[in-house]
Design a protein around this ligand. Structure first.
Ligand code: FAD
Length: 398
């Protein structure tokens, strides 16, 4: 039986796990990433369905790690303005990068492109990868944590001082550790698709609030391509996926007020269940949660990946501040660092969850007074440059 030793073992090679691996390895620590997909991730040639709007804080961090420079320019959907409107009551708000003295507000990019670039960078930094592995047991000891793997040659055992769960919303590690989770099912799904626009999107992210949920039209690198996330009650979302192509195109064109002309479907459609989830405990001994393993939020503000990458950044900073003795962290210092991380990031996650919940309730409200207040609120905020600046700062922070 092979034994693999590393200072840090990260389970999950998504954006969050890989960014953390790069940051820790860059400071000379040994890292192993265990990913259940069978092969190394590479930047795909073909356009992918799943995208994220990465904010300026994430971009800055990835630039400092020399990862952003690996992202192909032709895949970066830089946007410099946001147009949000309430289709029901006519309220509208427009944010521009210039109002926050920035060149742009964020970048829309396929998740797989970021993962491919991070994976390549991590390999060059000496991160060890184990792919196609299944975790069969986790045991915590006084000085390390032991991970038993199956499904890979030699069925290796991994011994690490710290085990990071970056294995997504259904985190196996979180479940194995029996960490409690608060959960809210929005009974909604997000229908995701890529569409070609008749009118160029001009680098503007658009979001229409409909009675059933928000419809986001996010500009991709191609001036006539957008990625769409249409949140709707589950029955309605399934019906949208089942519509024939022309009926779907007509529905989405009408519901977006034809702001980009006729929209033509150029991808498959997929519906993702939307749920808010929050682990009440993020640290247990030598196990720590990051990213979707710790929290998932409604995609209406496109902040899930940013929040998770913020976890990775803060955890890496806390770990990097720790000195080691012959490669060993002092157990008490490590625990204190993990607790500081947990406190800081729980606060950030709860703030996002509360904001998303407030938006969700406000935009679902059918009471006439609330509907009018919502439209008035949007219009008033639109007139206040201080309020807009505040929102933009929040959206661009870790
Ligand atoms: C419809 C929709 C739209 C979204 N849009 C945006 C957006 O615009 N902007 C934004 O910031 N966020 C957005 N998000 C959220 C964002 O996609 C997630 O927050 C982000 O991908 C989480 O990254 P992660 O690395 O934590 O988890 P994941 O991306 O889920 O990665 C987890 C990794 O762990 C691996 N894994 C899982 N289980 C195991 C196991 N047992 N062993 C080994 N490996 C394992 C998986 O294969 C995967 O590679 C959206 C989400 C949805 C549903």
């Amino acid at each position: 039986m092979a034994l693999i030793r590393a200072q840090v073992a990260i389970v999950g090679g998504g954006m969050v796990g890989l960014a953390l691996a790069c940051s820790i390895a860059q400071r000379g620590r040994s890292v192993v990433v265990i990913e259940k997909s069978p092969a190394a991730k590479q930047i795909p040639e073909a356009l992918q369905l799943r995208v994220s709007a990465l904010n300026l804080a994430v971009q800055g961090w990835l630039e400092r790690m020399n990862v952003w420079q690996r992202l192909p320019a032709e895949r970066l959907g830089t946007y410099h303005a946001m147009n949000v409107w309430d289709r029901d009551q006519g309220g509208r708000i427009y944010f521009s990068a210039a109002e926050a003295d920035q060149t742009h507000l964020g970048t829309l990019i396929e998740n797989a492109v970021v993962e491919g670039a991070l994976w390549q960078h991590a390999e060059e930094l000496g991160v060890k990868f184990i792919t196609g592995a299944e975790i069969t047991a986790v045991e915590q000891h006084e000085h390390d944590v032991e991970l038993k793997l199956a499904g890979v040659e030699g069925e290796p055992t991994v011994l690490a001082q710290l085990l990071v769960a970056a294995d997504g919303g259904r985190s196996q590690l979180r479940q194995l550790a029996a960490l409690p989770v608060s959960f809210k099912d929005y009974e909604q799904m997000g229908v995701v698709a890529t569409l070609r626009t008749e009118i160029e999107h001009q680098g503007i992210a658009r979001q229409a609030f409909l009675p059933g949920g928000p419809l986001a039209l996010l500009p991709m690198a191609d001036p006539n391509l957008i990625s769409v996330v249409w949140s709707a009650p589950s029955l309605e979302a399934n019906a949208l996926v089942a519509l024939d192509q022309v009926a779907f195109e007509q529905a989405i064109t009408a519901h977006s007020d034809s702001c980009l002309g006729y929209l033509t479907l150029v991808s498959e459609r997929q519906a993702f269940p939307l749920r808010a989830q929050y682990a009440e405990q993020w640290v247990k001994g030598r196990l720590v949660l990051v990213g979707d393993a710790a929290h998932t939020i409604h995609p209406l503000a496109g902040q899930g990946a940013n929040l998770g990458l913020g976890d990775a950044y803060v955890l890496a900073e806390h770990l990097n501040e720790l000195g080691t003795l012959q490669g060993q962290w002092d157990p008490a210092q490590l625990q204190r660092a993990l607790k500081r991380y947990e406190r800081a990031r729980k606060t950030a996650a709860l703030r996002h969850l509360a904001t998303m919940e407030g938006f969700h309730q406000l935009f679902r409200a059918q009471h006439p007074l609330l509907r009018v207040a919502r439209a008035t609120g949007l219009n008033l905020t639109n007139k206040s440059s201080a309020a807009k600046r505040f929102f933009l700062e929040q959206a661009n922070a870790f």
